[in-house]
Design a protein around this ligand. Sequence first.
Ligand SMILES: [Zn+2]
Length: 302
Amino acid sequence: MKQLHFGKILWSVMFLLFVCTISARKPIKTLLITGQNNHNWPVSHVVLKQILENSGYFKVDFAISPEKGKDMSNFILDFTAYQLVVLDYNGDSWPEETNQRFLQYVQNGGGVVVYHAADNAFAKWKEYNLICALGGWDGRNENSGPYVYWRDGRLVKDSSAGLSGSHGNQHEYVLNGRDKEHPIMKGLPLKWRHAKDELYDRMRGPGNIQSILYTAYSDKETRGSGREEPLVFTVDYGKARIFHTMLGHAGETVEDNIAMQCTGFQVLLLRGAEWAATGKVTQKVPKDFPTENTCSYRKDYK
Ligand SMILES: [Zn+2]
């Protein structure tokens, strides 16, 4: 009888400890910048927030800029409260004050996620290009830095002349893992099939890639470059932790949004975002991750 009573107490204490552990995890305070993009940002920013918040790891605030061509002078952002900044912006220059505050945030060791066309922005802003490592379009050329791609088991820099930024037809393709010990990748398959998406090619820039995580072959048959292109990586920029994913071209609506509905896109975003904010990845490898032959979808972003 006494033993039974003790058992009950023990279980209650363990249950309480369990509850405390769950609730002790404070969500990572995240600022998502958007409002202008040559992409469907009204879809992408909502979806990014859903993916991040549905995981239970993040709490996302939006910074939505004025429309293209409108007065930007009041778009002054305060980064001090945030552990993570997600860039979903490709448009008019921010005010100098916001540029300086952003650089200060990053240079103080802030976490950043560079998402898809964010690496098209600000071709003439040197530090921004160092934060992305690679970019495309917006007049970039050989003066922006070399092409960077994967050849013979390593990244190569190619300074040949030419425009920067292209993609062929959207299609499904296989991502090839290159750093299986990196916390973002650890436990994920080295090969997995991504849902129909753009495959950015011929990107160029300072090329200060820290760890190349995934590349994919850009086939000339789908109007690609014929090169193995770096698509997911971290960036070497002082104390900052920067995760750059070129995946995830936004669809027409939240429901019709195949590239962002890919489980692989979502899981990598979540793992990359946690790493950028904290330097660690505590998320488990999910069972529904795509395989080399089969795509996997989380159509409701959880
Ligand atoms: Zn796109």
